[in-house]
Ligand binder design. Structure first.
Ligand code: HEC
Length: 83
């Protein structure tokens, strides 16, 4: 079978804001690239930032703005790497 004929779905709410900081390639600043992370990696990191389990400068505040469902949708979308 070939490639699926459907076009990729649009970014879920909130996901487009992530790439403003997390550019596709490492940018030499202190912001890690999300390339190569799986959806569970991204979801787990967001939840740890939100709970305060993981040290953060900005991600704790950002993660507090999303529900679990929104985080899951964003994580799955980012992990596909179509941004
Ligand atoms: C204002 C800039 C900024 C925005 C916007 C931003 N991030 Fe981050 N992100 C960071 C920084 C800086 C870190 C390093 C941890 C810290 O200091 O908060 C980070 C860390 C992460 C990590 C951990 C990466 C790793 O290697 O473990 C994940 C996952 C992540 N961000 C996901 C997201 C997602 C998803 C969004 C969109 C909802 C987002 N970020 C939006 C700046 C940003």
């Amino acid at each position: 079978m070939g490639q699926p004929a459907v076009s990729p779905p649009a970014a879920p709410p909130g996901a487009s804001s992530c790439s403003g900081c997390h550019a596709r390639s490492a940018n030499g600043h202190s912001i890690p690239s999300l390339q190569g992370l799986s959806a569970p990696d991204i979801l787990g990191a967001l939840q740890a930032f939100r709970n305060g389990e993981r040290e953060a400068t900005v991600m704790g505040r950002i993660a507090k703005g999303f529900t679990d469902g929104e985080m899951r949708a964003i994580a799955e979308w980012l992990a596909r790497g179509d941004e």
